[in-house]
Design a protein around this ligand. Structure first.
Ligand code: ADP
Ligand code: MG
Length: 704
């Protein structure tokens, strides 16, 4: 079915060559259809006008519209630093509008004394309302334009793109796309499905998602388009699953042998929790089934996933296979290696490590040992998926803290074998089963829903900067009781140097101002050499230091049971699941543990909700769901960060769980009748499936 919507986006009025390249690069929009499937993530009510005096700081996350008269203009700076300001006021107050570029264009359009509709994001400087690069329309002109429901879509964009294509500009492109494409939008779902699930027809849904005629129609449109996305994903997942089930090429681990048994009876340092036992049993069942295992192990921070991984790997080795375990950071890989070496010391087992900074001898042992079969278990970082690594007979792969690994990376590990190894993906970010399937494909899910005995819940408090003295008093008191403290600073890629500045200042103030100079402070951050990082982690672990001042490099998996206080600086800048991960660094020993979230006084509503949630619950499951809800759809980066395997533009597996369930049922029913989607009425479904299998299809089918 040749389709008009598959034509290049450059044919849309107002796009052209240069802009189409930008759309491709920034948003992955190649075709007219892609553009029409670039949905608004929010709508603003263009009939609503705020008096300037009613705009408050809490609104800075949203866009607002003002109606105000220009009282004056001013220029500042020169050359590239030039700035143009327009002062406006209404009867309730005044504001400053600022432009850093496009100054010529705007100065020709602004006339002192006239009234404008002003639309933009409010910011505040010394209590004064400001807007940077707002949209400006003469009032009489704007009012003469025909309005429908008054709702105008706001489209997800990127920083780069929005400097040349503002809110209104994007909206105009969509109008252009609609005008050329509307007649070509054909229904893709079989009419039986539309009827069964009470869905809005596609063209009407497309129209209303961009140009809502009413709130009710918008709701229906969203429902329809979400359903399509879920259905596309489910059609491709179900196909992968039946493929895997048809192949029956999983390695068999029938034997519970010497290593597993002697470890279990002689070396286990503690009794396994019931949850750990149950998961090991599930893995055993998988590995004698004849199918390739593809299992997601969820267990909150500190629930003891590593032990499950180790015992599963022993099982693999007992059956003549090699196993490997991939961790997201060097520190974590080294820690796993140390733990596993210690726990298996003296057993007939050879364990190696390979990371980016492995020295020649270590590297040689790992590479040669894996290739020859001499080494049984290899632990490492991304280095494990380098092409040079050859396995002799890899039977079992553990991926720790999966959210740091993309689907492609997992797939690369897989292709190292002719036959797929069993795969255990471990995560401390609990996700509902249906969500896991949508995000990571055809995975079975195990849950460790029980912490080892004797853990006390971590007490969490939110302090603002004004309570810093209290914080230090508290830290001192804990240290005097022989406890250790983490102090963590955020590190965000985009502004690394600024973050390091924060970190340095923090470190200096601790060293300088911390009341008792006899405390030993050590540091750890991403810019340090691996061996220095390791040395400072070692100092902290062995209690040669009382305080570890770190950036978020310690986030994942570090284990220091005597550390009972986690101080998180600028906590508002961390996401919920990251905060939860960090908090999980304490509460690992018997002592009562604390997490202190530090923030400035002024917080956005969302940040406040996050910090509050952290204080109220230690249930990672609840926090993960809340995180999804707060971040919501339209968060372009979020999709990449979470390693989402499928590209969902509008559907949100957490918020729309019910619809996801319906789509899943529908997919299963359709495939039961027509597994290859060859019937005439299913041709649209086939397209839908291809669209959502997308570019990742190849890699993805291998891992799943
Ligand atoms: P995570 O699930 O976060 O990876 P770990 O595997 O690092 O957790 O385990 C956290 C700590 O709990 C470790 O010190 C580990 O030795 C300990 N541990 C694991 N299982 C048990 C158990 N059944 N009983 C007591 N301690 C346990
Ligand atoms: Mg772990």
């Amino acid at each position: 079915m040749a389709n008009y919507l598959d034509n290049s986006v450059k044919f849309v009025p107002g796009v052209g060559e240069a802009r189409s390249r930008l759309l491709e690069k920034e948003l992955g929009i190649f075709t007219i259809g892609d553009l029409l499937r670039h949905y608004p993530f929010r709508y603003i009510d263009r009939t609503k006008i705020y008096p300037i005096g009613e705009v408050v700081e809490d609104m800075s996350a949203s866009l607002v519209q003002l109606r105000a008269r220009v009282t004056g203009v001013a220029y500042a700076g020169s050359g590239r630093k030039q700035r143009f300001s327009v002062y406006v006021s209404d009867s309730s107050g005044s504001a400053e509008l600022t432009w850093f570029h496009g100054i010529k264009w705007i100065e020709n359009r602004v006339e002192v004394g006239r009234e404008y509709l002003i639309f933009g994001r409010p910011t505040f400087f010394r209590g004064e309302l400001r807007m940077v690069h707002p949209e400006l329309d003469l009032v009489e002109k704007a009012l003469s334009r025909k309005a429908n429901s008054g709702m105008q879509g706001i489209y997800p964009s990127t920083e780069k793109l929005s400097s040349s294509l503002g809110t209104k500009g994007f909206y105009n492109l969509i109008c252009g796309a609609w005008s050329v494409a509307q007649e070509h939008i054909e229904e893709i779902l079989p009419s039986a499905l539309i009827k069964q699930y009470g869905l809005m027809p596609l063209r009407e849904a497309m129209y209303n998602i961009h140009f809502p005629q009413s709130p009710e129609k918008l709701k229906q449109a969203e429902r329809r388009l979400k359903f399509d996305e879920f259905l596309g994903v489910q059609l491709s997942i179900q196909a992968l699953r039946s493929d895997r089930m048809a192949r029956r090429n999983g390695f068999l681990f029938p034997r519970v042998g010497e290593l597993f048994n002697s470890f279990f009876s002689e070396r286990l340092p503690f009794a396994l929790t019931n949850a750990q036992k149950r998961v090991i049993k599930e893995i055993r069942q998988d590995t004698v089934s004849g199918y390739q295992m593809n299992r997601l192990l969820q267990g909150d921070v500190g629930s003891g996933k590593t032990m499950v991984a180790l015992m599963s790997m022993l099982l693999a080795v007992d059956n003549g296979f090699q196993a490997c375990m991939m961790a997201p950071t060097e520190i974590l890989a080294r820690q796993h290696y140390a733990t596993i070496c210690r726990q298996t010391e003296g057993m007939n087992l050879r364990v190696a490590i390979l990371t980016g900074s492995s020295k020649a001898a270590e590297r040689r042992y790992a590479l040669e040992g894996m290739a020859s079969g001499e080494v049984n278990i290899l632990i490492g970082t991304h280095a494990l998926i380098e092409d040079r690594v050859q396995f002799n007979n890899l039977g079992f792969v553990v991926i720790d803290e999966q959210h740091r690994f993309g689907v492609e990376q997992r797939a690369r590990l897989w292709t190292k074998n002719e036959q797929p190894p069993h795969i255990l993906v471990m995560t401390a970010t609990p996700i509902p089963r249906t969500l896991a399937m949508t995000m990571y494909g055809d995975l079975d899910v195990s849950v460790i829903d029980e912490l080892p005995p004797g853990r006390k819940p971590i007490k969490t408090y939110h302090y603002t900067d004004s309570s810093r003295l209290r914080l230090w008093g508290f830290m001192r008191q804990q240290i005097m009781q022989g406890r250790q403290v983490y102090v963590v600073y955020p590190l965000i890629k985009e502004s690394e140097s600024m973050d390091y500045k924060d970190w340095e200042d923090g470190f200096e103030s601790i060293v300088r101002d911390f009341p008792l100079p006899t405390y030993r402070v050590t540091v750890c951050h991403g810019k340090m050499k691996p061996q220095d990082k390791e040395e400072s982690m070692r100092q902290f672990k062995e209690h040669e230091a009382d305080i570890l001042v770190a950036t978020s490099v310690i986030e994942v998996g570090v284990d220091v049971p005597n550390a009972t206080v986690m101080v998180i600086e600028s906590a508002e800048r961390f996401g919920l699941s990251q905060l939860h991960q960090l908090r999980g660094r304490v509460g690992r020993g018997g002592g009562e543990s604390f997490c202190i979230l530090m923030s400035g006084e002024k917080l956005s509503r969302e940040a406040r909700q996050r910090l509050q949630a952290m204080c109220e619950t230690t249930d990672g499951f609840r926090l993960a769901e809340l995180d999804m809800k707060l971040r919501g759809a339209g968060d372009i980066n979020g999709t990449q960060q979470s390693g989402m395997a499928f590209d969902l533009k509008i559907a949100n597996p957490t918020l729309d769980a019910e619809l996801l369930q319906s789509a899943r049922e529908a997919a299963i029913a359709v495939l039961e009748e027509d597994a290859q989607l060859q019937r005439a009425e299913n041709v649209g479904l086939k397209m839908l499936r291809m669209r959502h299998a997308g570019r990742k299809r190849l890699d993805f089918s291998m891992i799943s």
